[in-house]
Design a protein around this ligand. Structure first.
Ligand SMILES: [Zn+2]
Length: 406
């Protein structure tokens, strides 16, 4: 019997039901505000415990994994007046200033655009917006930032004037007698101006701490990266993303689980997906496979029309495929891992069990290649309806024409 034939789901899109609240609660500037990154956190704490904090660190983060937040939490920790072994107190006057993002010894640098033509902007021109950005989008990316400062189509950069400001600020005495800290977000936007910081990094003034947070370290001048110690962040595991979506963004658990499987370890991306969630992807996927297995041609045609339409949008199409791909990967893993190690919610686990019975290992591998190719084409603006049509035919081959005996 076909594993999908028992279920008889009504074909329907959950058209923009908007049942989710996507606003996040304020989370503070402490380590505890971070999703995961236990390993990177431990390394930083060890440095402090052994009094071996280097004067310049490079946080390499896969997008949406919390690099900026980690750098700020670290700054909060080293400046805290009464830290414990693994967290700042959150109460002392230094912690309070950090919480307001107004500590006089902490300087932020980030890409900006000029407000009027001819003038060279510095980060200080945008401090108010910056605080707003950090509060509203602690996992925000460049797109969020440029939108917030209404950069329109201009690309931000970190200017020569900003580099001069950095050198000036770090040469001053610290106000509160501890570290002077620079948190520089996206040093890849320094370009050749980075040379202006070389001497500072090479021979830093006393009690200086420079924290660089980069998503594309390969774009930073080699003369800079070679002088920095690296803290590597990891992409967030799906189960952590799902938990955070439920706890912080009040997402429905089922939707959170689905999104977490498509977000590629990027919490900011997960929030975007939550915000734009049009469909229950698992139902959508079941409907598709059911219609294929039962050869319900009208339902299939309607399905392809809907998913391929511009109303669904390229991002949703891509992430729906990413979600399916992730379930295929979990099904492959299910061949050698017990269910508990797959960290799947019950509905997805059930789906994976059925898929595992239906398709052989090599069929799953072949399907994952096809899904990867489809994602590639969608990303490059291929005609979406055609992509889904081709995929449907390929799935038909797998599900009907060459059934396995398993
Ligand atoms: Zn404190």
């Amino acid at each position: 019997m076909h594993p999908f034939s028992k279920a008889d789901f009504l074909f329907q899109f959950y058209a923009c039901t908007c049942i989710f609240v996507c606003q996040e609660a304020a989370i503070g500037m402490l380590f505890s505000a971070l999703i995961n990154q236990q390993q990177a956190r431990e390394r930083l704490l060890q440095m402090v415990a052994h009094q071996r904090v280097p004067h310049a660190l490079l946080f390499r983060e896969p997008e949406g994994s919390g690099g900026l937040l980690l750098a700020i939490a670290f700054a909060t920790y080293v400046l805290c007046e009464q830290p414990t072994a693994n967290e700042a107190c959150g109460q002392c006057s230094s912690c309070q200033k950090m919480d307001r993002l107004m500590h006089p010894d902490v300087h932020f640098s980030f890409p900006v655009v000029s407000r009027k033509s001819g003038s060279e902007p510095t980060s200080d021109d945008y401090l108010q917006e910056w605080r707003e950005f950090l509060r509203e989008f602690p996992y925000g990316d460049l797109q969020d930032w440029l939108q917030l400062i209404q950069a329109e189509n201009r690309q931000g950069n970190i200017t020569a004037a900003e580099c001069r400001e950095i050198v000036r600020k770090l040469s001053l005495k610290s106000f509160e007698g501890k570290y002077k800290i620079l948190i520089l977000w996206l040093p890849e936007f320094l370009g050749q101006q980075g040379n202006r910081l070389l001497k500072l990094i090479e021979e830093p003034p006393e009690d200086t701490l420079m924290l660089f947070v980069s998503q594309q370290p390969q774009r930073i001048l080699g003369t800079i990266t070679s002088r920095l110690q690296t803290i590597q962040l990891s992409p967030l595991p799906p189960e952590e993303i799902a938990q955070a979506l439920i706890a912080r963004a009040k997402a429905h658990p089922q939707i959170a689980a689905q999104i977490s499987l498509a977000a590629e370890g990027n919490y900011r991306q997960a929030l975007r997906l939550l915000h734009d969630a049009h469909a229950n992807w698992l139902d959508l996927l079941r409907n598709w496979l059911n219609a294929i297995a039962k050869q319900q041609i009208p339902a299939l045609v309607q399905w392809m029309e809907e998913i391929g339409s511009s109303k669904t949008g390229r991002e949703q199409q891509k992430f729906f495929l990413q979600y399916f791909l992730n379930l295929i990967e979990k099904t492959l893993q299910a061949h050698y891992l017990p269910p508990a190690n797959l960290h799947l919610p019950p509905a997805e686990q059930d789906f994976v069990n059925r898929l595992k019975q239906q398709l052989s290992f090599s069929q799953l591998v072949s399907l994952s290649e096809k899904l990867n190719a489809a994602i590639y084409h969608i990303e490059r603006n291929a005609y979406a309806k055609l992509v889904f049509h081709a995929l449907t035919l390929q799935l038909q081959d797998l599900l009907i024409r060459t059934p396995t005996s398993a």
